[in-house]
Structures are given as C-alpha cells and as structure tokens.
Write a protein that binds this ligand. Structure first.
Ligand code: NAD
Length: 397
C-alpha cells in the first residue's frame, strides 16, 4: 500500500505530517511511501532527505493525491485554489485519510469524505489514555503552544520576568497568571517559572492543584468537587451558575495583580468560556499582556481578536491561532511520532487493518463505508448537537 505525505496548503502552516526518520519506520512496516514535492520545506526538510529515507517524490499535486492510498496530513482537507478542487475530492474513492480533522467544526468536509467512501481518522479524537499517549498529537501541540505563549508574552511585556538584584537597584519579578492548567497551561507555568516569574494558576478542575504546586506556582482556583467540574474523561465540563460565580469572583481578584495573563481554558466541542471582561482588562496595569490560547474557539477574553494582536486600554492582547506551526521543526518531529505510531498501531502484516474493538481505532474513526461513524459528529451533522463556535472544536493544532 502507498502512504502519501501531503504538502500543507493552509495559510501559515509550516509543519509536515512525517519526518524522514518516520518514513523509514513506515517503510519497515511494509508500506511504500510517496511525498509531495516541497512538503517539508516549511520545517526545513528538503525533498532529498525524504528520498534518502526511501520515499518516492511526486511533483504533481493531482498525481500525489490519486496515487496515495493512505494520506497523512496535519490540517483537514481544504480547497486547493490552484487546482480549483477541494482536497477531499482529490482523495481517491475508498482511500484513507489521517489528520487533525476536527470533525465537529468541519461537518461539510466530513460529509464529502463520507460521500467518497474515505476511511478517515482524526488525530484530535485520540483517547487521553496512557495507552494512547504516544499518539496524542493534541498534547504535543498544546505543549508547544504553552511554551511559545510565554515567549510571546515575555517579548511584548515592557518589564523583565525574573527578580534581579543589581547595582542599579532591585527589579521585582513579573507576575504571571495562567488560566486553565491543562497540557498547554502546565507548560506555560513551567516556562514562566524557568524565566523567573512569580506564577499563579487558575482552573476549575481541583485535580490540577497538585500539578500546579509541583511546578512552583500557586493555585488560585475555586474549591469545587471533582464531579462538579470534570467529566469521566478528565475534561472540564460546564459549571453550575453558582460554581461559575464563585470562580469568576476568585479569578477577578487576581487579574489586576497580574502583569501577564495566559489563558488556555477550553471545554471540548463548546465555545471557550468567557473569563476576562473588557472592564477587567481596563483594570490591569498599563503595559500588561494577555495571550489568549483559546482564541480559535472565541477566546477566554472578551477583547481577543482571533489571529490578531490588539492593544486595548494599554494592554496588549494576543489571539494567536496555530501557534504550534510557528515552531515547525519540533512540532513536526512530535506530530510525526504521534501519527506514525498511530498508523503502525492500525497496521498488520504491512496492511491497514484496524481492529474496531480497540478504543484507539474506534474513537478516532470519523467516516467509514460511506457513513459518519463518530457519534458526536454524526449528531452534529444531523443537526442534533449545537454547533461549535470558531473554526475548530479543539485545537492547539
Ligand atoms: P483542554 O485543552 O480541554 O482545557 C484546558 C484547561 O482549561 C483544562 O485544564 C480545563 O480544566 C480548563 N478549563 C475549562 N474550563 C475552564 C474554566 N471555566 N475556568 C478555568 N479553567 C477551565 O485540556 P487538555 O490540556 O486537553 O487536558 C484535558 C484533560 O486531559 C486533563 O485532565 C489532562 O490531564 C488530561 N490528559 C490526559 C492525558 C493522558 O492521560 N494521556 C494526556 C493529555 C491530557
């Protein structure tokens, strides 16, 4: 079977799904590998490196898509403007697609895939279990986003992060507040601490308190029962009005004391919770910085503009989307490990042969045999579930 590594054509996307090292692994598992010319350019991987690893180079995009029986990608299929064709239509009938499909936000694309009888898997639907950890691309990309958010904040802030005792006087450390202590938030805490800031972290899930404290930060979240704030998969769930009021009050007390706020709060499949109001931004010190990592889902801050940096009330508010793509070398390395491990997990005797009784295969499969098989996506396609706001249901991708 031929595995194809596609060139990403989305705006600002610099990653490629697979590295030459992973090409070797895929070949060793019994596949042939094709790479679309220029696929690795954004991540500084020349075509020659893929060829050295044993991949066949395909210069025509249409040829690449029609010859690949399994396409590995990062972003969901989109319209190819130069060919005037959608990538979902370029895929061969009955072929396989593995990417960060974010199906809840790309229902039309999912329908196209089902109509073409494409077997599709969404990396962002990977179960968050120990067994699936090496395939968890969301965690990989969130790690990068959390790190990069702190660098963006440090670069914009008109102050230093660490405390410095110098002949010219003592510089007080900056105060960083991280809102949402999931994978991205914990990495932001660790990075801000390494830079010497005093860090506080807020989350609704009581389970994160210990993790926050182990990184040397102070937990300032509300004292909720685990069942009130967290579902059985470990994700945050919408709060009761009373719990929400308690949380907003506590967070509100910390905002005016912070030089930097990094927000990462998300609820899967829902718009990002609105946690910082315009009035609270106005109450921050002039020169303060907000980096809103939930910008792609509408933002945690009322004044965030997705994909933009704006200054409001003398506070700089960054709303970056696709931050992982701004670190293309390591983001590619991590994603490549995740997607290759997943592909090999689905492989038996050199062929794609998913075991549908396995939760990793079944939870990630979106379309199969002409049907939308992912339950939440099917419900949304039938208009049963509310639509996600923003362009993506979950992503640091
Ligand atoms: P996420 O991106 O869904 O959300 C980020 C954070 O925002 C979470 O910590 C969440 O609690 C928080 N949040 C949501 N609503 C909030 C609100 N109103 N106020 C404040 N904070 C709010 O989270 P994630 O990083 O994808 O992680 C989700 C869960 O999955 C966590 O429990 C994490 O530990 C777990 N996880 C497990 C594994 C594994 O076992 N292999 C891997 C990765 C993540």
């Amino acid at each position: 079977m031929k595995v194809g590594i596609a060139k990403e054509i989305g705006p600002g996307e610099r990653r490629v799904a697979v590295t030459p090292d992973s090409v070797r692994q895929i070949k060793a598992a019994g596949y042939d590998v094709l790479v679309e010319a220029g696929a690795g350019a954004g991540a500084y991987i020349p075509d020659a490196k893929f060829q050295e690893a044993g991949a066949g180079l395909v210069t025509s995009t249409a040829d690449f898509w029609s010859r690949s029986e399994i396409v590995l990608k990062i972003q969901p299929p989109i319209q190819n403007r130069s060919l005037n064709l959608h990538e979902a239509d370029l895929l061969g009938e009955g072929s396989t697609l593995i990417c960060m499909l974010r199906p809840l936000s790309h229902i039309d694309t999912v329908r196209m895939l089902a109509n073409r009888r494409v077997l599709s898997f969404s990396m962002d639907m990977m179960p968050r279990t120990t067994r699936a950890q090496t395939m968890d691309a969301l965690s990989s990309m969130s790690t990068i986003a959390g790190y990069k958010a702190v660098l963006i904040a440090g670069d914009t802030l008109p102050r230093l992060f660490p405390m410095l005792v110098t002949a010219a006087g003592t510089i007080a450390p900056s105060r960083v507040l991280v809102v949402g202590a999931g994978v991205a938030g914990l990495q932001a805490i660790a990075t801000a601490r390494r830079l010497g800031a005093v860090v506080e972290a807020y989350d609704v899930r009581p389970a994160v308190k210990e993790e926050v404290e182990s990184l040397g930060a102070t937990f300032v979240g509300p004292k909720l029962d685990p069942g009130e704030a967290q579902d059985e998969q470990g994700y945050a769930k919408p709060l009761s009005a009373e719990a929400q009021r308690k949380g907003v009050e506590l967070l509100g007390e910390r905002i005016p004391h912070s030089d930097v706020i990094i927000t990462t709060a998300r609820i899967p499949g829902m718009p990002a919770p609105r946690l910082i109001s315009a009035d609270q931004i106005a109450a921050m010190k002039p020169g303060s910085v907000v980096v809103d990592l939930a910008a792609d889902m509408g933002g945690n801050c009322e004044l965030t503009e997705p994909g933009e940096t704006v200054v409001r009330h003398d506070v700089t508010i960054h709303g970056p989307v696709r931050l992982a793509s701004t670190v293309p070398v390591h983001a590619t390395q991590m994603y490549s490990k995740n997607i290759t491990t997943f592909l090999l997990h689905l492989t038996k005797d050199g062929k794609l042969s998913p075991d549908w009784s396995d939760d990793i295969a079944s939870a990630t499969c979106v379309t199969r045999d002409g049907q939308i098989v992912h339950p939440a996506t099917r419900a949304r396609a039938q208009g049963v579930a509310p639509a996600a706001s923003g362009s993506q249901a979950r992503s640091q991708g």
